[in-house]
Design a protein around this ligand. Sequence first.
Ligand SMILES: CC(C)(COP(=O)(O)OP(=O)(O)OC[C@H]1O[C@@H](n2cnc3c(N)ncnc32)[C@H](O)[C@@H]1OP(=O)(O)O)[C@@H](O)C(=O)NCCC(=O)NCCS
Length: 165
Amino acid sequence: MPIREATPDDWPRIWPFWHRIVAAADTYTWDPDTPEEAARALWMAPDKRVYVAEDPPGQVVGSAYLTPNYGGPASRVANAGFMVDPDHGGRGIGRALAEHVLAEATAHGYRAMVFNAVVETNPAVGLWTSLGFTVLGTVPEAFEHPRHGWVGLHIMYRALGRPGD
Ligand SMILES: CC(C)(COP(=O)(O)OP(=O)(O)OC[C@H]1O[C@@H](n2cnc3c(N)ncnc32)[C@H](O)[C@@H]1OP(=O)(O)O)[C@@H](O)C(=O)NCCC(=O)NCCS
């Protein structure tokens, strides 16, 4: 499946599933009512490398970003975010995006990747664990899930670019 760096022209194809996922309020800590321009500023920020997955070629079905998680002397720890159009979920697109972004992060000199707020009920936790992430800790009852009530937010971590990664 083609995965490439996004261009500004890709945003109108990312926005429909971005909006649907954030409005569902069960995975991301962004305001479910985030308007489009604010969403674009969050996802396509200048300090982010943004990627899109196309399946078939020409149809954007998923997107990811890669960015430093901290600044200054800690700027070689990466953060990343992932979204796959729910109409195309469960077909391996998320895993392919994640493997691509992990390789990109390594290629760009990051030494580790951290996810700051993974909702503990998100099935993606299993995906991240299968890719070598561990839960460093959990902020208890931090996220008001629309169906599960107050649930925790995991901080997840994986080393990069070391032998065997
Ligand atoms: C998380 C997400 C990117 C996964 O994308 P996807 O294309 O559906 O995932 P894949 O088809 O590659 O599945 C990857 C694995 O995770 C599991 N998985 C991921 N999301 C799942 C879900 N919603 N329900 C059940 N299993 C899920 C699958 O079982 C699969 O395991 P396998 O590869 O061993 O078969 C996508 O569900 C999504 O955009 N979710 C909303 C936003 C989000 O939660 N982003 C991550 C925030 S931490």
